[in-house]
Each structure stands twice: as structure tokens, then as C-alpha cells.
Design a protein around this ligand. Structure first.
Ligand code: ZN
Length: 414
């Protein structure tokens, strides 16, 4: 087992005037407490505690300060450097991460303000770190110290996270396992045995059906409740439906990794998400967005769960993986969703299961050497147009008394 550590970067999305002010207050109180404890020459946590206890800060920030000040004092820190901006540090018990895939901005962080008061803020993660967020959200990665800071009027929140991964000795022969993520079967996996024959396909059909039902229930119910103006109900109902979907995705992704784990030197081969999005043929943008959400979430879960077992994940260009014949490579067609028909009369394949055919093509593409270990992603998947923006609620009702401003500079006490 190896422990990986990464600092997860989240940009807080345009806090409104009220939240911006609260963040500024936290920053100022923290800076004041830091300077006071430093100037009081605190070299132990107890000494630091006696100073920082008087400041209007959350216990999580005070606890972080108690550890930090003696470290500063022990180092070669110059007192005038104290006037530089310091990120507000929090111990890991305070901040929380939440995921609401039904919203335009999907991720939220809970930031402690002072005792009994915290702020929930929508946040844009670094898209490269999606698997870390999934792991953290599922409790499969551990949250460490967090830091809040602003740069050029934009607020950021950093989370130090750790998770365990296994290292596997790689052997000469590898087993590429094609993973096709779809609608009918949520996931289909298949690989070829040492003689090259397709073997042990596995399909998650029931789970695909269940996810479709939950998604439909969500759309129908949301529309009806919104017509009645029941926003609060929409939100809590939506949360519970998405939690159920997330549970299914977690179960399936764990099973896919367990399936791969039984073979020699397995490599999970996925389709590159960027291409999948471009190729998607869905009508309503919301539907498309949520479909995309399923892919992104499953990819991220597969990545971190595979890493836990020391299994590599590669992605390939998905062009024609569902239209080509896995046997002869000729283009075929799909008379229905579940069936692939090869148009080559010389090929022994006439009809084949469409999803298994696709999974085999995906695995084949890895063998032909065109795979890469990271997805080619330019933007991120969480900030698309549309969608409602209702997040978790702050702990005070006065959060509603503001109008939206952005980029207001921090007004700091002299
Ligand atoms: Zn064929």
C-alpha cells in the first residue's frame, strides 16, 4: 500500500456580497489572531490557545492556528513577513464536501465561519481531480488540513487529501478489459482470452434500468413540483434520488473493478469522455448534461477504485467503437439498440450483442497502441449552461439579505 497525497483545488463560485463579507471577516480575524499569537511569542499549543481563544473564529481555525504558530516560531520566520497574506487554515473536522449533480454547479464546500456558523459555497473543482473528489465524497479518501484564501478578488479553497493505492508488479502479458458505459446496460465489460476469443462478458442491465427510472422520476417530479413553486421539496427530493443513483454507480464501479481484479495484469480501457460528449445524441440539454454526469462520475469512481487495487486505467478514442465489427473491423449497423449486425458477408459474425461488441472494440483499441492514461479534457463538466442553483443552506437565516455583487475587494481593518 502506498499513500497518495494531493491538494485539491476548488474555486469558490462568485460568493454573493453577504458571503464575501463573511469570508473577509474570517480572513481578518485569522490574520489578527495569527499576528497576536506570533507577537506573544507562543511556542506551545497551550500558549497559542490562550491568545487565539479570544478571537471570533471557528474552533477549526483556532485549532489549526494552535498548531501553526509554534511551527512558525520554531522556524526562521521574520515578523514582518507576518503581514503577508496567510491562508486561513482549518483542521479537517470542520469543512465538508457535498455533491449535487442535478445543479449547474455540482460541488459545494462547507466553510466554518465562527462557532455555530458556517457557509456553504458552490465550488468549481480542478477537472483533473474529479476522481479525488469522488473518493473524498464517498469516504474513500481522507480529508486533511484545508486552506481558504483569495487572489485577485477570487476565493479558493484547498483541501489536502490522502488515499491508499496498491502497487502491482506488472507482468509481460496484460489483460485489456473493454468497458462500455451505456444506457441499456449501465456498464458492459469484456476481454479476450489468451487465444484471442471474447470471454466472460459481464453486463449490468438491471442497474441501467434502475438508473433510467430514477432519472425519469426526477424529471417528472421536478417539473410538477416546480410548477407548484415547491423549490425546497424539489431540492430534498432531488437529493434523495441522486443519492440512490450514486449508490448504484458505486456498487457497479466496485463490481467492475472486482471483475478486473481476477485477471492477470488487468488494464481497464474506457472511452475518452471528451469524445463521448461530442458524440452524444441527446435532445434536451439537461438530459444530455445528466447523461454526461453519469459518465464523468463513473469514470472518476472507476479510476480511484482501480488505483486502490493497483489496476491501470487507459482511455481510447471512442469513434466507431459501437459501429465497427470486433471480428473483421468492417462497419456494421444496429437494427436495434441491443444488436450489432456485421455487413461483411465473409465475416462469421452476423449478429452480436451490441454492447459486448463495443466493449471488445474498446479493448482492441488499447492493444493497437492508441490509448492514453489521462483524459484529454479542456474544460470541466460541472459548469454547463442552465440548471438551477440551489445549494446546501448556511446555518443562519440572514444569508438571504444580500444582493449579488462580484469581485468586491476585501475591506480589511487597518
Ligand atoms: Zn465482421
Amino acid at each position: 500500500m502506498t499513500e497518495l497525497t494531493e491538494t485539491l483545488e476548488l474555486k469558490l463560485v462568485e460568493p454573493n456580497a453577504h458571503k464575501h463579507r463573511k469570508l473577509c471577516e474570517t480572513k481578518q480575524a485569522y490574520q489578527d489572531a495569527l499576528e497576536a499569537a506570533f507577537n506573544a511569542n507562543c511556542t506551545t499549543q497551550t500558549e497559542a490557545n490562550n491568545v487565539v481563544v479570544n478571537y471570533d473564529l471557528s474552533g477549526y481555525a483556532k485549532n489549526a492556528l494552535k498548531k501553526y504558530v509554534p511551527q512558525l516560531r520554531g522556524g526562521s520566520y521574520d515578523a514582518k513577513e507576518l503581514h503577508d497574506d496567510h491562508p486561513v487554515r482549518f483542521t479537517n473536522e470542520g469543512p465538508k464536501l457535498d455533491h449535487k449533480p442535478q445543479n449547474a454547479i455540482e460541488w459545494y464546500v462547507k466553510i466554518p465561519h465562527h462557532d455555530d456558523y458556517h457557509l456553504w459555497l458552490p465550488a468549481q473543482p480542478n477537472p483533473e481531480q474529479r476522481e479525488w473528489l469522488e473518493a473524498l465524497h464517498a469516504g474513500d479518501a481522507k480529508m486533511g488540513e484545508c486552506r481558504l484564501f483569495d487572489r485577485d478578488g477570487v476565493w479558493y479553497f484547498h483541501i489536502v487529501a490522502t488515499r491508499d493505492v496498491e502497487e502491482r508488479a506488472s507482468s509481460a502479458s496484460e489483460t485489456p478489459i473493454g468497458v462500455d458505459i451505456g444506457e441499456a446496460s449501465l456498464v458492459t465489460v469484456c476481454h479476450r482470452n489468451e487465444r484471442g476469443s471474447p470471454t466472460e462478458p459481464n453486463l449490468w442491465n438491471d442497474e441501467g434500468k434502475r438508473v433510467r427510472q430514477l432519472r425519469e422520476t426526477y424529471f417528472t417530479a421536478t417539473r410538477r413540483l416546480q410548477q407548484r413553486g415547491s423549490e425546497r421539496i424539489v431540492e430534498s427530493y432531488g437529493d434523495s434520488l441522486w443519492r440512490q443513483i450514486d449508490d448504484i454507480l458505486h456498487t457497479v464501479t466496485s463490481e467492475v473493478v472486482a471483475y478486473a481484479d481476477q485477471f492477470e495484469n488487468p488494464v481497464l480501457v474506457l472511452e475518452d469522455l471528451t469524445h463521448i460528449r461530442e458524440n452524444m445524441d441527446y435532445g434536451a440539454f439537461m438530459n444530455r448534461r445528466l447523461h454526461g454526469w453519469g459518465f464523468a462520475k463513473m469514470h472518476a469512481q472507476l479510476r480511484y477504485k482501480a488505483a486502490e487495487k493497483g489496476i491501470r486505467v487507459e482511455t481510447v478514442n471512442p469513434a466507431y467503437t459501437s459501429k465497427a465489427c470486433h471480428c473483421c473491423g468492417e462497419q456494421g449497423y444496429r437494427p436495434d439498440q441491443a444488436t450489432f449486425t456485421c455487413s461483411n458477408s465473409a465475416c462469421w459474425v452476423s449478429e452480436y450483442h451490441a454492447d459486448i461488441n463495443a466493449a471488445l472494440n474498446i479493448a482492441e483499441r488499447h492493444l493497437s497502441g492508441e490509448s492514453h492514461s489521462r483524459e484529454h479534457r479542456s474544460g470541466d463538466d460541472s459548469a454547463e449552461e442552465g440548471g438551477r442553483l440551489t445549494g446546501p443552506q448556511d446555518s443562519h437565516t440572514d444569508a438571504d439579505t444580500q444582493q449579488v455583487t462580484r469581485g468586491t475587494p476585501c475591506v480589511l481593518k487597518p
